[in-house]
Design a protein around this ligand. Structure first.
Ligand SMILES: [Zn+2]
Length: 127
């Protein structure tokens, strides 16, 4: 699996105390290299329904194909667990091809983006 080490700091409001939230390795998403900065992945203590663990980060949105699947962790997205277990997608597969505007997009690329990459702004969209 693609991984890289990233460091994040979380600041609580009271007194401006900052703590190092995590120094764990987040999965590396080739087509969405920094999902923290886009707000797609957020620090959270919620338990992931895919692996049943609280791993410090969750997907801030509800994937396509589900009405209520929340708090999927980035690891379950990256290794395909979320897609295989729940049959969800994180990007509208039609959109990956530019809704027909682009030349052929390889199926493998579409699958990687839709099934194993956190969506960019799905939380804003109506499903
Ligand atoms: Zn998980």
């Amino acid at each position: 699996m693609w991984t890289r080490t990233l460091f994040y700091q979380a600041c609580e409001g009271r007194g401006g105390n900052c703590i190092i939230l995590s120094s764990m390795e987040l999965p590396y998403f080739k087509y969405h290299p920094n999902p923290i900065s886009t707000g797609s992945i957020v620090p959270s203590a919620e338990v992931c329904p895919g692996c049943g663990e609280s791993r410090g980060f969750v997907y801030d949105g509800i994937p396509y194909g589900s009405n209520e699947l929340e708090h999927i962790c980035p690891w379950c997205i990256a290794d395909g667990t979320a897609h295989e277990k729940f049959g969800v997608e994180f990007t509208d597969t039609e959109g990956v091809g530019g809704y027909g505007r682009w030349e052929k997009v390889p199926t493998k690329l579409i699958e990687e983006v839709a099934f194993r990459t956190p969506g960019f702004d799905s939380w804003q969209q109506e499903h």
